[in-house]
Design a protein around this ligand. Structure first.
Ligand code: GDP
Ligand code: ZN
Length: 360
């Protein structure tokens, strides 16, 4: 294996105080931290300040794992011991700062797409199922994990200037405090501005429907900014060279970018808080519902329904909210646990009502 001549620090690949603190709590200093930069069938590629390694998890971890979340994901910080210069063993996952997951279509499992992401770029394009509700859904998902969402409107070469202006102000009206970039990978319009948004030592990813141009944007940004000195080719212990398949890239300006196949389509799961966050309006209204466990569907004395009638609350917003709540329940719940979770969801809503608006 070629060792990296440019010395990097763990901080340069995202090792922040959050992880340092947890490392100090770990009682075994023979184990050192490394970041997962790709994952394929429980084989991992890790990166630390020295090099890149291929790694497997211990039998103990496999034995103790009860769900997908107990396995490492791209972006994770893990504690390892080295077998040799190229291979390592993963003993534990350091607590995650954030985690991006989705419900796979037709599968019962929650999939972990990536972890420890600071900023998510939510991409839509005018030629693909463009909708504000879709933005809303992704924003919910992102905020539920305390990840910062930023909107990208891509393929702006396909629309007129005035159409673009209309769309941007629509987005601004609906999502008050979210940054918006408009880009075209064809004309490269807006790309430089987007690149300026990407900051050193922070981890970014792109989500959105397929065909909106995520790969094109990523390839454009990486193509222009990949830190070539950060590239290391890994050889297997049989001496065969394998080009490492990376899913976490270090850009020249120090930003960290995750691109993996799981990013392509993201559904909702475990996003109650995010839903509530996006729909503060409904949450506030529901304080005046007659019943504390009101579902705002048919109950007498429902303040939400009343607000729709009076026009105070937008019906589209309400319907999207109900769709999200339903979808989220469906994705989060398994049948045996449903009753209990229903109870907890109700309790959550009640708590949310009592709490001041500090969930962000
Ligand atoms: P992904 O599925 O979101 O990763 O989308 P891709 O990056 O694969 O792009 C889907 C299609 O849109 C491809 O044919 C791209 O060439 C095209 N595309 C991507 N960005 C732009 C853009 O800014 N303008 C136009 N006109 N086409 C684009
Ligand atoms: Zn109600």
């Amino acid at each position: 294996m070629n060792e990296n001549k440019n010395i990097i620090k763990l901080e340069d690949i995202g090792f922040s105080d959050f992880f340092k603190k947890n490392l100090e709590l770990s009682n075994d200093d023979s184990r050192t931290p490394a970041r997962v930069i790709s994952e394929h069938k429980k084989m991992y590629i890790l990166k630390n300040e020295v090099s890149e390694f291929s790694a497997k998890i211990t039998g103990k971890m496999i034995y103790e794992a009860s769900s997908r979340e107990d396995y490492p994901a791209v972006g994770d910080w893990v504690l390892i011991t080295n077998l040799d210069k190229e291979q390592a063993v993963i003993h534990e996952i350091l607590p995650r700062k954030t985690i991006l997951k989705r419900k796979a279509v037709g599968k019962p499992d929650i999939q972990v797409i990536a972890s420890n992401i600071d900023v998510v770029f939510i991409v839509e394009s005018p030629d693909r199922d463009y909708s504000l509700n879709r933005f809303e859904r992704y924003i919910s998902l992102t905020k539920a994990e305390k990840i910062k969402p930023i909107i990208i409107l891509n393929k702006i070469d396909l629309i007129s200037k005035s159409d673009l202006q209309t769309k941007v102000s629509e987005i601004e009206d609906r999502f008050k405090d979210i940054i918006i970039y408009s880009t075209s990978t064809v004309t490269k319009m807006g790309i430089v501005n987007l690149e300026k948004e990407i900051k050193k030592r922070l981890t970014y990813c792109f989500i959105g429907s397929s065909g909106v141009g995520k790969s094109s944007i990523i390839n454009t940004v990486i193509g222009r900014n990949l830190n070539k000195t950060g590239e290391i080719s890994t050889s297997s212990n049989r001496g065969k060279h394998v080009t490492t398949h990376r899913e976490l890239f270090v850009l020249e300006n120090g930003g960290l970018l995750i691109d993996n196949p799981g990013m392509r389509e993201v559904g909702l799961a475990d996003s109650d808080t995010g839903i509530k966050d996006t729909y503060i309006e409904i949450r506030d209204l529901s304080e005046n519902c007659k019943f504390s466990n009101c579902t705002h569907v048919h109950e007498p004395g429902c303040a939400v329904l009343k607000a729709i009638e009076s026009g105070e609350l937008d019906n589209d917003k309400y319907e999207n909210y109900m769709k999200l709540v339903k979808e989220n329940e469906h994705n989060t719940l398994t049948k045996p646990g449903k009753r209990e979770k229903d109870r907890r969801f109700g309790k959550f809503i009640n708590q949310a009502k009592k709490q001041p608006k500090n969930l962000k």
